[in-house]
Design a protein around this ligand. Structure first.
Ligand code: SIN
Length: 296
Protein backbone atom coordinates (compact mmCIF):
# COMPACT_ATOMS: atom_id res chain seq x y z
CA UNK A 1 0.00 0.00 0.00
CA UNK A 2 1.37 3.43 -0.88
CA UNK A 3 1.31 6.00 1.96
CA UNK A 4 -0.10 9.46 1.24
CA UNK A 5 2.95 11.69 0.69
CA UNK A 6 1.78 14.47 3.03
CA UNK A 7 0.92 14.05 6.70
CA UNK A 8 -0.69 16.86 8.73
CA UNK A 9 0.19 17.71 12.33
CA UNK A 10 -1.89 20.28 14.24
CA UNK A 11 0.98 22.00 16.10
CA UNK A 12 0.81 25.75 16.72
CA UNK A 13 3.90 26.18 18.84
CA UNK A 14 7.57 25.64 17.89
CA UNK A 15 8.29 24.40 21.39
CA UNK A 16 5.80 21.64 20.55
CA UNK A 17 4.07 21.06 23.91
CA UNK A 18 2.59 17.60 24.15
CA UNK A 19 4.62 16.42 21.21
CA UNK A 20 5.96 13.15 22.69
CA UNK A 21 2.61 11.65 21.73
CA UNK A 22 3.36 12.53 18.09
CA UNK A 23 7.07 11.91 17.99
CA UNK A 24 7.05 8.22 16.98
CA UNK A 25 4.50 8.86 14.27
CA UNK A 26 6.40 11.90 12.95
CA UNK A 27 9.73 10.12 12.78
CA UNK A 28 8.21 7.07 11.08
CA UNK A 29 6.50 9.25 8.46
CA UNK A 30 9.65 11.30 7.84
CA UNK A 31 11.89 8.27 7.32
CA UNK A 32 9.28 6.72 5.01
CA UNK A 33 9.76 9.76 2.77
CA UNK A 34 6.63 11.69 3.63
CA UNK A 35 6.36 15.47 3.98
CA UNK A 36 5.25 16.50 7.48
CA UNK A 37 2.92 19.47 7.17
CA UNK A 38 2.15 21.87 10.01
CA UNK A 39 -0.69 24.02 8.64
CA UNK A 40 -0.95 26.10 11.85
CA UNK A 41 2.74 26.61 12.55
CA UNK A 42 3.78 30.05 11.34
CA UNK A 43 6.87 32.12 12.04
CA UNK A 44 6.26 35.52 13.57
CA UNK A 45 8.17 38.44 12.05
CA UNK A 46 8.83 41.44 14.29
CA UNK A 47 7.38 44.66 12.94
CA UNK A 48 10.79 46.02 12.00
CA UNK A 49 11.62 42.76 10.17
CA UNK A 50 8.76 43.09 7.67
CA UNK A 51 10.93 45.58 5.71
CA UNK A 52 13.35 42.69 5.07
CA UNK A 53 10.82 41.09 2.71
CA UNK A 54 12.46 42.77 -0.26
CA UNK A 55 14.20 40.74 -3.03
CA UNK A 56 16.60 43.66 -3.58
CA UNK A 57 18.34 42.68 -0.33
CA UNK A 58 19.62 39.49 -1.97
CA UNK A 59 23.00 39.80 -3.69
CA UNK A 60 22.37 39.82 -7.49
CA UNK A 61 24.54 36.71 -7.95
CA UNK A 62 22.87 34.69 -5.20
CA UNK A 63 19.52 32.93 -5.00
CA UNK A 64 19.12 33.20 -1.22
CA UNK A 65 20.41 34.98 1.84
CA UNK A 66 22.06 32.41 4.11
CA UNK A 67 23.26 31.95 7.66
CA UNK A 68 25.91 29.32 8.35
CA UNK A 69 28.92 28.98 10.64
CA UNK A 70 30.61 31.77 8.68
CA UNK A 71 27.76 34.25 9.37
CA UNK A 72 25.29 35.86 6.95
CA UNK A 73 26.09 35.69 3.23
CA UNK A 74 24.29 36.44 -0.01
CA UNK A 75 22.96 39.85 0.97
CA UNK A 76 23.78 43.44 0.08
CA UNK A 77 22.53 44.59 3.50
CA UNK A 78 24.98 46.35 5.81
CA UNK A 79 24.95 47.82 9.32
CA UNK A 80 21.64 47.76 11.20
CA UNK A 81 19.82 46.01 8.35
CA UNK A 82 22.40 43.20 8.31
CA UNK A 83 22.07 42.83 12.08
CA UNK A 84 18.30 42.58 11.69
CA UNK A 85 18.71 39.88 9.04
CA UNK A 86 21.11 37.99 11.26
CA UNK A 87 18.66 38.12 14.16
CA UNK A 88 15.78 36.88 12.01
CA UNK A 89 17.76 33.95 10.58
CA UNK A 90 19.13 32.99 14.00
CA UNK A 91 15.67 33.06 15.58
CA UNK A 92 14.26 30.85 12.82
CA UNK A 93 17.17 28.40 13.18
CA UNK A 94 16.64 28.24 16.96
CA UNK A 95 12.87 27.70 16.69
CA UNK A 96 13.29 25.03 14.01
CA UNK A 97 15.91 23.34 16.21
CA UNK A 98 13.54 23.30 19.20
CA UNK A 99 10.84 21.72 17.06
CA UNK A 100 13.18 19.06 15.68
CA UNK A 101 14.42 18.17 19.17
CA UNK A 102 10.82 17.58 20.24
CA UNK A 103 9.81 15.64 17.13
CA UNK A 104 12.99 13.66 16.48
CA UNK A 105 14.87 13.17 19.77
CA UNK A 106 17.01 10.42 18.23
CA UNK A 107 18.63 12.97 15.85
CA UNK A 108 19.32 15.50 18.65
CA UNK A 109 22.99 14.81 19.27
CA UNK A 110 23.72 13.68 15.73
CA UNK A 111 22.44 16.43 13.46
CA UNK A 112 25.08 18.94 12.40
CA UNK A 113 26.11 21.74 10.01
CA UNK A 114 23.02 23.92 10.25
CA UNK A 115 22.36 26.27 7.34
CA UNK A 116 19.49 28.73 7.26
CA UNK A 117 18.13 30.54 4.22
CA UNK A 118 15.79 33.45 3.56
CA UNK A 119 14.30 33.12 0.09
CA UNK A 120 13.03 36.48 -1.09
CA UNK A 121 12.77 35.93 -4.84
CA UNK A 122 9.52 34.82 -6.45
CA UNK A 123 9.90 31.29 -7.82
CA UNK A 124 10.88 31.50 -11.50
CA UNK A 125 12.36 35.01 -11.26
CA UNK A 126 15.91 33.76 -10.48
CA UNK A 127 17.06 30.74 -12.51
CA UNK A 128 20.33 31.13 -14.39
CA UNK A 129 20.12 27.56 -15.79
CA UNK A 130 17.90 24.46 -15.88
CA UNK A 131 20.12 22.96 -13.18
CA UNK A 132 19.08 25.73 -10.78
CA UNK A 133 15.41 25.82 -11.80
CA UNK A 134 13.37 25.00 -8.68
CA UNK A 135 10.30 24.24 -10.81
CA UNK A 136 11.74 20.92 -11.96
CA UNK A 137 11.19 17.83 -9.81
CA UNK A 138 14.42 16.73 -8.15
CA UNK A 139 15.95 15.06 -5.14
CA UNK A 140 18.64 17.17 -3.50
CA UNK A 141 22.32 16.43 -4.12
CA UNK A 142 25.22 18.87 -3.72
CA UNK A 143 27.89 19.05 -6.47
CA UNK A 144 30.65 20.52 -4.31
CA UNK A 145 29.66 19.02 -0.93
CA UNK A 146 29.58 15.20 -1.06
CA UNK A 147 27.37 13.92 1.76
CA UNK A 148 28.49 10.25 1.93
CA UNK A 149 24.98 8.91 2.56
CA UNK A 150 24.04 11.42 5.26
CA UNK A 151 20.51 12.77 5.19
CA UNK A 152 19.40 16.29 4.24
CA UNK A 153 16.76 17.31 6.78
CA UNK A 154 14.89 20.50 5.91
CA UNK A 155 12.30 22.70 7.62
CA UNK A 156 10.40 25.26 5.48
CA UNK A 157 8.04 28.09 6.48
CA UNK A 158 5.97 30.29 4.18
CA UNK A 159 6.26 33.85 5.54
CA UNK A 160 4.42 35.68 2.75
CA UNK A 161 2.43 38.59 4.26
CA UNK A 162 -0.45 38.02 1.80
CA UNK A 163 -2.48 35.07 3.14
CA UNK A 164 -3.40 34.01 -0.42
CA UNK A 165 0.20 33.49 -1.59
CA UNK A 166 0.77 29.78 -1.16
CA UNK A 167 4.11 28.13 -1.88
CA UNK A 168 3.03 25.66 -4.54
CA UNK A 169 5.04 22.41 -4.52
CA UNK A 170 4.93 19.22 -6.50
CA UNK A 171 5.74 16.18 -4.38
CA UNK A 172 6.84 13.23 -6.49
CA UNK A 173 6.68 9.45 -6.22
CA UNK A 174 8.61 7.42 -3.59
CA UNK A 175 12.39 7.48 -3.89
CA UNK A 176 12.67 3.81 -4.82
CA UNK A 177 10.40 4.29 -7.83
CA UNK A 178 12.46 7.24 -9.03
CA UNK A 179 15.67 5.25 -8.52
CA UNK A 180 14.29 2.26 -10.47
CA UNK A 181 13.25 4.59 -13.30
CA UNK A 182 16.60 6.36 -13.65
CA UNK A 183 19.29 3.87 -12.52
CA UNK A 184 19.44 2.15 -15.93
CA UNK A 185 20.13 5.56 -17.51
CA UNK A 186 22.98 6.60 -15.17
CA UNK A 187 25.84 5.73 -17.45
CA UNK A 188 28.80 7.76 -16.19
CA UNK A 189 30.88 5.32 -14.10
CA UNK A 190 32.34 6.51 -10.80
CA UNK A 191 36.11 6.85 -10.97
CA UNK A 192 37.83 6.96 -7.54
CA UNK A 193 40.95 8.63 -9.02
CA UNK A 194 38.79 11.37 -10.51
CA UNK A 195 36.97 11.80 -7.17
CA UNK A 196 40.34 12.15 -5.41
CA UNK A 197 41.57 14.66 -7.98
CA UNK A 198 38.41 16.78 -7.74
CA UNK A 199 38.89 16.92 -4.00
CA UNK A 200 42.60 17.75 -4.28
CA UNK A 201 42.03 20.70 -6.63
CA UNK A 202 39.14 22.01 -4.50
CA UNK A 203 36.20 21.27 -6.80
CA UNK A 204 34.63 19.21 -4.00
CA UNK A 205 34.97 19.74 -0.23
CA UNK A 206 35.72 16.03 0.25
CA UNK A 207 35.87 13.01 -2.01
CA UNK A 208 32.74 12.00 -3.84
CA UNK A 209 31.69 8.46 -3.05
CA UNK A 210 29.90 6.36 -5.65
CA UNK A 211 26.71 7.25 -3.77
CA UNK A 212 27.33 10.99 -4.29
CA UNK A 213 28.15 10.36 -7.93
CA UNK A 214 24.89 8.44 -8.50
CA UNK A 215 22.77 11.01 -6.64
CA UNK A 216 24.19 13.86 -8.72
CA UNK A 217 23.45 12.01 -11.94
CA UNK A 218 19.95 11.20 -10.67
CA UNK A 219 19.38 14.87 -9.81
CA UNK A 220 20.56 16.00 -13.26
CA UNK A 221 18.71 13.29 -15.21
CA UNK A 222 15.44 14.08 -13.44
CA UNK A 223 15.78 17.79 -14.03
CA UNK A 224 16.78 17.41 -17.66
CA UNK A 225 14.03 14.92 -18.54
CA UNK A 226 11.34 17.06 -20.21
CA UNK A 227 8.91 14.12 -20.53
CA UNK A 228 9.18 13.38 -16.80
CA UNK A 229 8.85 17.07 -15.89
CA UNK A 230 5.68 17.31 -17.99
CA UNK A 231 4.12 13.92 -17.38
CA UNK A 232 5.68 12.39 -14.27
CA UNK A 233 3.85 11.36 -11.13
CA UNK A 234 3.33 14.02 -8.50
CA UNK A 235 0.88 15.58 -6.08
CA UNK A 236 0.28 19.35 -6.17
CA UNK A 237 0.36 20.91 -2.69
CA UNK A 238 -0.12 24.56 -1.69
CA UNK A 239 1.65 25.48 1.55
CA UNK A 240 -0.12 28.54 2.91
CA UNK A 241 1.46 31.56 4.59
CA UNK A 242 1.67 30.77 8.31
CA UNK A 243 2.42 27.09 7.73
CA UNK A 244 5.58 24.97 7.91
CA UNK A 245 6.68 21.63 6.51
CA UNK A 246 9.57 19.20 6.97
CA UNK A 247 11.09 16.51 4.77
CA UNK A 248 14.26 14.65 3.92
CA UNK A 249 14.93 16.45 0.65
CA UNK A 250 17.46 13.81 -0.52
CA UNK A 251 14.56 11.31 -0.52
CA UNK A 252 11.43 13.29 -1.45
CA UNK A 253 11.22 14.37 -5.12
CA UNK A 254 9.99 17.95 -4.98
CA UNK A 255 9.62 21.08 -7.11
CA UNK A 256 8.62 24.60 -6.10
CA UNK A 257 6.22 25.89 -8.78
CA UNK A 258 5.30 29.31 -7.38
CA UNK A 259 5.46 31.45 -4.26
CA UNK A 260 7.70 34.00 -2.61
CA UNK A 261 9.14 34.74 0.85
CA UNK A 262 10.15 31.61 2.65
CA UNK A 263 12.48 30.61 5.46
CA UNK A 264 14.29 27.30 5.28
CA UNK A 265 16.53 25.44 7.70
CA UNK A 266 18.81 22.52 6.80
CA UNK A 267 20.66 20.00 8.98
CA UNK A 268 22.71 17.02 7.96
CA UNK A 269 21.85 13.82 9.83
CA UNK A 270 24.15 10.76 9.80
CA UNK A 271 22.74 7.50 8.54
CA UNK A 272 23.59 5.94 11.92
CA UNK A 273 20.89 8.13 13.56
CA UNK A 274 18.08 6.72 11.39
CA UNK A 275 15.51 4.42 12.97
CA UNK A 276 14.91 2.87 9.52
CA UNK A 277 18.27 3.13 7.70
CA UNK A 278 17.14 0.63 5.06
CA UNK A 279 14.79 3.33 3.68
CA UNK A 280 17.56 5.92 3.23
CA UNK A 281 18.55 6.65 -0.40
CA UNK A 282 22.01 5.13 0.01
CA UNK A 283 20.62 1.80 1.25
CA UNK A 284 17.95 1.76 -1.48
CA UNK A 285 20.58 2.40 -4.17
CA UNK A 286 22.89 -0.25 -2.68
CA UNK A 287 20.08 -2.81 -2.77
CA UNK A 288 19.17 -1.92 -6.37
CA UNK A 289 22.76 -1.89 -7.67
CA UNK A 290 23.99 -4.80 -5.53
CA UNK A 291 27.09 -2.75 -4.56
CA UNK A 292 28.39 -0.93 -1.48
CA UNK A 293 28.39 2.74 -2.46
CA UNK A 294 30.14 4.51 0.40
CA UNK A 295 33.79 3.65 -0.18
CA UNK A 296 35.56 7.02 -0.50
C1 SIN B 1 14.34 23.59 -2.67
O1 SIN B 1 15.02 23.98 -1.72
O2 SIN B 1 14.50 22.48 -3.14
C2 SIN B 1 13.30 24.52 -3.27
C3 SIN B 1 12.10 24.55 -2.43
C4 SIN B 1 11.45 25.92 -2.37
O3 SIN B 1 12.14 26.92 -2.63
O4 SIN B 1 10.26 25.98 -2.04
Amino acid sequence: MRLAPIMDFPLRDWSAPGVPALAGEASDALEHGRVLHFPLLGFHLLEEETALLDPALTHPKRKNISLSAGGVSGSVATGAQLALLHGLLRRYRDQASTLLDALFPRYRDARHTPATSLRLHAIGSWQPSWRKDDRRLLVDAFPSRPIHGERILRVFTNIHPDPKQVRAWRVGEPFEEVARRYLPRLDRPWRPMMAALMHRVGITKRRRTEYDHLMLQLHDQMKRDEAYQRGGVWLDVGFRPGSSWICFSDQVPHAAMSGQFMLEQTWMVPLSAMALPELAPVRVLERLTGRRLLAA
